[in-house]
Each structure stands twice: as C-alpha cells, then as structure tokens.
Write a protein that binds this ligand. Structure first.
Ligand SMILES: C[S@@+](CC[C@H](N)C(=O)[O-])C[C@H]1O[C@@H](n2cnc3c(N)ncnc32)[C@H](O)[C@@H]1O
Length: 210
C-alpha cells in the first residue's frame, strides 16, 4: 500500500513540475537542465513516435552520411546514429549546455565511437557551416529556442540540397510545439514537407531542403 502512495506521489510531483515548467516557458525559453537528462532518455511507451528507434527508422540513414543532432541533449539519438553512419560518416553533437555534451562524450568513449564531433553553441551563433549535412535532427528542441525562425534558417543553410530535417515533438515535453506551427515555420524557412508520422500529440515531420 505504501509503495502505491509513493508511486502516486512521484507521479503528481512530476506532473506539477511539468505544468510549472510549461507555464514558465511561455514567458521565456528555459533549456532542459542537464540534471534532468535521465528524463529525456526514458522511452515513454505512450509516445512511441518519440523513441530513438522510431525516429531513426524514418531517417533513411546510410553509412558515410553526415548528421547534425541539434540540441543533442544526453545523446539519446547521437550514439545510435553514429553507429548507423559508421566510421566513414560523422555525427555533430550540437548543444548549448556543456554538461549535456559531457554526457555524450562519456557514452561515446564507453562505446569506442570516434565519429562524433562535439560543438557547444546555441542557435544563431553561426557554428553550423553551409551545405554540410545529409540529415539534421531536431527532437524536442524547437520550443527551447527563443528565435525558432532564425534557428530553422540556420539549419536549412547547413543541410546539403536534398538533405532532410527531422522534427519530433511530444506533448509530454513542456516546450511542445503544435504541428501546424512547426509546418508554418519550416515552410517559411524554405523547407518542403516530405513525410509525417504519428498524430497530433506525438509526431515526426521530415522536411527536405530542395
Ligand atoms: C529536451 S532536450 C532533447 C535532447 C535530445 N534531442 C533528445 O530528444 O533526446 C533539449 C536539448 O536542447 C538543448 N538546447 C536548448 N536550447 C538550445 C539552443 N538554443 N541551441 C542549442 N541547443 C539547445 C538543451 O540544452 C537540451 O539538451
């Protein structure tokens, strides 16, 4: 009985944190803190579209590709993607927080992966270069970026022609972005929608740089 109360209490606490975080995010964008990295890594069975496996399945990755993991967090996607593109490819782990990149570094070392490039920076700092990447990932990040339009324009420039930007959003994230606003912003940046997976509350949209 006691354990039921504890589980219920933790559930209520997490829901409260999410609500408070969501409300404060309406005023200013607060990046997911490094100490909450473990939460980002949980594969919630309610939102299968947000699992690393599903997102990667829709990316059509090939060995040798160059991939940008924008807002990589603790590397939930960086590590499996690095394995898929192999030693001839490269993943750029890009994040504003040094603590998140440190987590990815530790995982890469444990897995003996040497095809990950680490870049600490924020959207709009001009650190991505032009026509570099075959794929770009933006997984539960967009809502944390204050100037989303500028970030999408920067990612657009960093992709090769024919490159794919994969945007994933899930309602459980306090910074959740509705699919219509993502579509609108990506289209305004020059992207063309190529595929949609999921539903209103948990989805991935793949956009192409023509
Ligand atoms: C919710 S986490 C998602 C991590 C990862 N994409 C995943 O799905 O597992 C969001 C990440 O975006 C990063 N971030 C937030 N604002 C950013 C910005 N302006 N530029 C780069 N990274 C940013 C945060 O530091 C955090 O690691």
């Amino acid at each position: 009985m006691l354990s039921l109360y504890i589980i219920f209490g933790v559930g209520i606490l997490l829901a409260l944190v999410a609500i408070i975080w969501r409300l404060s995010s309406l005023r200013s964008s607060i990046p997911c803190p490094t100490w909450l990295g473990w939460l980002v890594e949980l594969d919630n069975p309610l939102f299968r579209n947000n699992s690393a496996r599903e997102i990667i399945r829709h990316l059509a990755l090939e060995p040798g590709m160059k991939v940008l993991d924008f807002g990589c967090g603790p590397g939930r996607l960086t590590i499996p993607v690095a394995k898929r593109v192999g030693s001839g490819g490269e993943v750029t782990a890009f994040d504003i927080q040094a603590g998140m990149l440190q987590r990815v570094r530790s995982k890469a070392a444990a897995e003996k992966l040497d095809n990950i490039r680490f870049v600490q920076g924020g959207a709009g700092e001009g650190k991505l270069g032009c026509e570099q990447y075959d794929r770009a990932l933006l997984v539960t990040v967009l809502g944390e970026i204050p100037d989303r339009q500028a970030a999408l324009a920067e990612i657009f420039d960093s992709l090769k022609h024919g490159g794919i930007l994969s945007v994933t959003e899930v309602i459980a994230d306090p910074h959740f972005q509705r699919r219509d606003s993502v579509r609108q912003a990506a289209t305004a940046a020059g992207f063309v929608e190529r595929a949609f997976f999921g539903n209103r509350v948990s989805y991935t949209i793949n956009f192409e740089r023509p």
